[in-house]
Each structure stands twice: as structure tokens, then as C-alpha cells.
Design a protein around this ligand. Structure first.
Ligand code: CMP
Length: 144
């Protein structure tokens, strides 16, 4: 099915100039970019986005980090994009992520793990709704 998912280059990925590399990987894989913006994240949005981690000891650190400098938020579309994007990102802890994945190639810190991607269809819907309005998202057929 043609799915959509929410993908975000975190502050470390932006600062390390990895936006282009990450966009390129998704483009070359064959997925379609339907929305994107570079933005500062409010504390409110960060806390809402990471709501399921509220009770974790690292919650404060997580919110501080994601609000520390801009992120690049995106929506990608394509068959199976939710699960495939997770494979392309690699495991949450970059130290364990396979070489060839984004985290495996570029990270070693579980906090600063470069990229976020929705982990299910439900999360994708929720996160796209938090980060983007319907008007922010495009819908178009590739003709070239
Ligand atoms: P993400 O996929 O964005 O979703 C939750 C985030 O919590 C995760 O990536 C990690 O960056 C972060 N996280 C998980 N474990 C830890 C930890 N022990 N310390 C700091 N951050 C963590």
C-alpha cells in the first residue's frame, strides 16, 4: 500500500550537514518527498511528540536536545515506507546499528542518533498530524 511516514533529521544531523545525505538516500531508494521544513521545535511540540517516553529517565534530556537547534522534518510516501525507512535508519542505538544504515554509518550516541522515523502506521498518522498541516503536504504524480 502507498503509505506515508514522518521522518526527522535531528539537531545533530542538521549540524553535521547530513540533511542532503539523508534526503538523497530516501530519494534514491525511490520514495517520494511530499512535505519538508527546517524548523525550531517548541518545548510543547517536543513533549507531545515524545509523550510515550514521559516517564523515562532521559525524557528531559531528549526534550532539551530536540529543542536545542533546528530539525529538518519531512513526510515521505511510497509502498511500505514506514517499515523500510526504519530499516534504512538502523537500530535506535547507533553503536549497534548495521553499517549501511544511516545510524550505523554516522552515529555512536543513542541520544544523538541523527534521525527519527515513525515506528508504526498509528505513530505515522499521529506524528504527521503534529508536525504538518494538510496544507503543508503535497500530492503529485511523478512524471519524469
Ligand atoms: P527516537 O527514535 O527519536 O525516539 C526516542 C528517542 O529517545 C530515541 O530516538 C533516542 O534518541 C532517545 N533515547 C533512547 N534511549 C536513550 C537514552 N538512554 N538516553 C538518551 N536518549 C535516549
Amino acid at each position: 500500500a502507498n503509505e506515508k511516514t514522518f521522518i526527522m533529521v535531528k539537531p545533530d544531523g542538521v549540524q553535521r550537514n547530513l540533511i542532503g545525505e539523508i534526503v538523497t538516500r530516501f530519494e534514491k531508494k525511490g520514495f517520494q518527498l511530499v512535505g519538508a521544513k527546517l524548523m525550531s521545535v517548541s518545548k510543547e511540540l517536543a513533549e507531545e511528540h515524545y509523550g510515550e517516553h514521559k516517564e523515562r529517565p532521559f525524557f528531559g534530556e531528549l526534550v532539551d536536545f530536540i529543542t536545542s537547534s533546528p530539525v529538518f522534518a519531512m513526510v515521505w510516501e511510497g509502498p511500505g515506507v514506514i517499515a523500510t525507512a526504519r530499516q534504512m535508519m538502523g537500530t535506535t542505538n547507533p553503536s549497534e546499528a548495521a553499517p549501511g544504515t544511516i545510524r550505523g554509518d554516522y552515529g555512536i550516541s543513542v541520544g544523538m542518533n541523527i534521525i527519527h522515523g515513525s515506528d508504526s502506521a498509528e505513530s505515522a498518522e499521529r506524528e504527521m498530524g503534529l508536525w504538518f498541516t494538510d496544507q503543508d503536504l503535497t500530492s503529485y504524480d511523478k512524471t519524469l
